[in-house]
Design a protein around this ligand. Structure first.
Ligand SMILES: Cc1cc2nc3c(=O)[nH]c(=O)nc-3n(C[C@H](O)[C@H](O)[C@H](O)COP(=O)(O)O)c2cc1C
Length: 176
């Protein structure tokens, strides 16, 4: 059995794609968040959690925080998957919203770029994206990020990139 586990929570699959790539690279076990509980996770020394980003929320962060709060002497890694470009995005506000100060000290964070297919969004998410488009259009503060959002609005776009996991893999390998 590996001493590394990758746990993920996804809505449309991009986070699963990264979780599989990471799990394959580290020869680790892989679980959906709903299939794990403390008894399973306690067997591992390195726990890597991946959550998709929705409206600045990291999916599953509450459940994984509860578990992380109860463990000591484990290597904890969290990766997020969202449409924002990690090279130009400051994730501190998102991290503050999803993990308390104590957990932030214990976790190493990584951020990857996901995908979207507007046709597959549920009605609530369609409305949220429409509202964001309207807000951006009214705003005078255009940025490369907002321009890209407007260009890709309504379409299918995939920014997932296998090589982007390399820094996480190098980091995790220190513990194996
Ligand atoms: C309603 C909605 C809100 C979103 N909010 C964010 C966000 O706050 N930050 C971000 O980078 N991406 C955001 N995204 C993009 C998703 O994170 C992206 O599609 C990601 O690949 C989803 O992962 P999944 O396929 O694993 O569910 C949002 C998408 C939708 C539909």
């Amino acid at each position: 059995m590996s001493n590394v586990v990758v746990v993920y929570q996804t809505r449309h699959g991009a986070t699963l794609k990264y979780a599989k790539w990471i799990s394959e690279a580290l020869h680790s076990d892989l679980y959906h968040l709903s299939d794990v509980h403390a008894n399973i996770l306690e067997k591992y020394t390195t726990i890597i959690y991946g959550g998709a980003l929705y409206a600045s929320g990291i999916m599953g962060s509450k459940k994984i925080s509860n578990y992380f709060s109860g463990v000591h002497d484990k290597n904890l890694i969290v990766f997020t998957v969202g449409l924002s470009n990690p090279k130009t995005t400051d994730y501190q506000e998102i991290i503050n919203k999803n993990f308390n100060d104590q957990l932030q000290q214990a976790i190493s964070f990584f951020h990857f770029r996901g995908a979207i297919d507007y046709k597959k969004l549920n009605i609530i998410h369609r409305i949220m994206m429409f509202a964001l488009k309207s807000k951006i259009k009214k705003s005078k503060n255009a940025s490369p990020e907002t321009s890209l959002f407007l260009e890709t609005y309504g379409k299918q776009i995939d920014f997932t990139e296998k090589e982007s996991i390399n820094p996480l893999i190098i980091h995790a390998q220190h513990f194996i």
